[in-house]
Design a protein around this ligand. Structure first.
Ligand code: XMP
Length: 323
């Protein structure tokens, strides 16, 4: 007899009992799990919650602003939004190896998060005792028994992956829930649909979608193409049919023609997959018109890109991300 309403009330009560008069800190990523966790924690303990949201320079277009509008302005949550993009991009300069990119981003995130915790500690006069995370039931199962391909082939650094050495006690209200249940909880708590419906987004963000070394210029270029791609999926009503969709910036230039001129510019590859858990995935058989419109718009509207491809690989043997 699980209902969303009773879950929210019972969990809020449980959280209050666990937290008492202490303070909770939460790493907000803008994804579904941490967003709904923030909303639930705020309902339960109000200003005893502080959220930290880090801009690593590799977020999707508009995300940094959207998260602030939603949670600070909308929910009145104590949100510390940190623009650490220079720090992240500086450390990533010239780094081509995907695993090295992940390690740098993971390490830097922890550093920035610790700095913010220290700032909060100074304000409160004591260190927050708790760390809240949007850990789901499948994450719990996976960390116990799953040491399979994706755990070893790619080191996953999620916001949920903060190390134990930070010394917090954990608040994890969704440990028994599946994603769909968390979405429902989020809806009832008033988390905007745009966040609830959002596709999963990797912790290292656009860094693993820019093949080779990353810089701000490439990230900006990719964000423009990615935005158009997602916009076309929305417009054609296909966004919710796919598990993930994104653009990948390829490290190649190719020849094109624009009016009387020959161009020599970069290429992007569009990716859209269907999946139930990300472990296996099939490339999405989207209508040609949707692909065509996205391609036309990207080439016409994004200066610096003159070629668009569509990825027709499934997982396995390919992976969802390109790095
Ligand atoms: P792959 O590319 O391994 O991706 O097929 C499976 C799912 O995991 C996401 N992914 C990541 N998530 N940190 C994350 O938080 C990472 O380093 C990472 N790499 C891949 C990917 O977006 C897909 O949903």
């Amino acid at each position: 007899d699980w209902t969303t309403g009773s879950f929210i009330d019972e969990k809020a009560e449980e959280i209050r009992a666990q937290v008492g008069d202490d303070h909770v800190i939460l790493g907000l990523s803008g994804g579904v799990d941490s967003s709904v966790a923030a909303a639930l924690l705020h309902k339960a303990i109000g200003d005893q919650l502080t959220c930290v949201f880090v801009d690593n320079g590799l977020l999707r277009a508009g995300e940094f602003e959207q998260v602030q509008t939603t949670f600070r302005d909308g929910f009145d949550i104590d949100l510390r939004a940190v623009d650490a993009s220079d720090l992240f991009l500086g450390r990533l300069a010239g780094v081509a190896d995907p695993e090295e990119k992940r390690r740098i981003i993971g390490r830097t995130f922890i550093e920035v998060f610790e700095q913010e915790t220290e700032a909060v500690t100074a304000e409160l006069g004591h260190k927050p005792r708790f760390l809240a995370q949007g850990t789901l039931y499948p994450d719990v199962i996976e960390s116990v028994s799953f040491k399979g391909p994706s755990a070893t082939i790619k080191t996953h650094h999620n916001v949920g992956g903060l190390p134990e050495k930070l010394g917090f006690e954990l608040v994890e209200p969704f440990r028994e829930l599946f994603k769909d249940e968390v979405r429902e909880v989020g809806r009832q708590l008033g988390v905007p649909d745009a966040i609830i419906r959002r596709h999963p987004f990797p912790g290292p963000g656009l860094a693993v979608r820019i093949l080779g070394p990353v810089d701000r210029e490439k990230a900006d270029l990719l964000r423009q193409a990615d935005t158009i791609w997602l916009d076309e999926l929305e417009t054609s009503g296909t966004y919710d049919d796919v598990w993930q969709a994104f653009a990948v910036l390829l490290p190649v230039q190719s020849v094109g023609v624009m009016g009387d001129y020959r161009t020599y510019e970069q290429a992007v590859c569009l990716r859209a997959v269907t999946s139930t858990d990300g472990m296996t995935a099939d490339w999405a058989k989207l209508p040609y018109e949707v692909l065509g419109r996205a391609s036309n718009r990207i080439i016409n509207e994004v200066r610096g890109i003159n070629r668009v491809a569509y990825d027709v690989s499934s997982k396995p043997p390919a992976t969802i991300e390109w790095e």
